[in-house]
Design a protein. Structure first.
Length: 127
């Protein structure tokens, strides 16, 4: 899972603010809402970035498929017929890592979304 530098900086700032506000709850109980709000923002940003990264990863795999076939052909791992007709078994093998990573990321997104919804329900007193 690739995380860019700006994501690390933003997530670190949000986590530090959330921890600071949660420690200040003894001073004023309203800091609990600030802490919860920051955590909700953090979760929304994280989910949004993972969805965006999946889109970029799919585009990257699609763009590099032809290069993959050329490398296989140059190394003598496939025949000229498989190269020209794009053998579906090879394409399926090429996308195997992508599908595994995509499924894991989707499960992570669903888990974080459920946590986010439960926190929102608790903060607004619905649950």
């Amino acid at each position: 899972m690739r995380i860019r530098l700006w994501e690390i900086i933003v997530f670190t700032i949000l986590i530090v603010c959330a921890i600071t506000f949660s420690l200040l709850q003894s001073v004023w109980s309203g800091f609990a809402y600030f802490s919860s709000s920051i955590f909700i923002i953090f979760m929304i940003l994280f989910i949004n970035n993972r969805i965006y990264y999946l889109k970029l990863l799919k585009k990257k795999y699609d763009d590099e498929l032809e290069t993959y076939f050329v490398e296989l052909y140059n190394n003598g791992l496939i025949t000229k017929e498989q190269f020209e007709n794009v053998d579906e078994r090879i394409v399926k093998g090429y996308y195997k890592d992508y599908r595994r990573y995509k499924n894991l990321t989707i499960l992570l997104i669903i888990g974080f979304s459920l946590i986010l919804v439960s926190i929102i329900l608790v903060v607004f007193g619905i649950w």
